[in-house]
Ligand binder design. Structure first.
Ligand code: 5GP
Ligand code: ZN
Length: 116
């Protein structure tokens, strides 16, 4: 999957519309098209990285930025205290379907644990 054909690279570039809820130089967050909770955001790095397995040691800061975005979004939408979940799926058994890493952020209802 190259950056020119990747769905989430296209969203990050603005080539495909999405409901953006947060962005900075490194990170973009937008609403999931098939929300699994009242708030379901996808937080992605602008740089294309296919899976967690493709991370290099130098990406530590970039991954950290995804969590910092989740922290700020939680305050913005008022769920920092009530709570939320962030999760990143990897490959088939993890349930990954878009191969540009993304942190799911789910909020607004009591979430089940463990996942099915
Ligand atoms: P994954 O299964 O890879 O962990 O998560 C991919 C997520 O991307 C899914 O929750 C799916 O609903 C979402 N998604 C797929 N295509 C689009 C799209 O075109 N726009 C948006 N906003 N979300 C999408
Ligand atoms: Zn990409």
């Amino acid at each position: 999957m190259s950056e020119s054909t990747c769905l989430f690279c296209k969203i990050a570039r603005g080539d495909i519309p999405a409901e953006i809820i947060f962005e900075n130089n490194d990170v973009v967050a937008f609403r999931d098209i098939d929300a699994k909770a009242p708030t379901h955001a996808l937080i992605i790095p602008r740089q294309h990285i296919s899976t967690i397995n493709d991370l290099s040691d130098g990406d530590a800061g970039r991954v950290g930025q995804l969590f910092l975005a989740a922290r700020d979004i939680a305050v913005d939408i008022g769920v920092a205290e009530s709570g939320y979940r962030v999760v990143m799926n990897c490959n088939e058994d993890g349930g990954q379907s878009v191969f540009h890493i993304h942190l799911h952020m789910l909020a607004g209802r009591q979430l089940d644990w463990p996942p099915g």
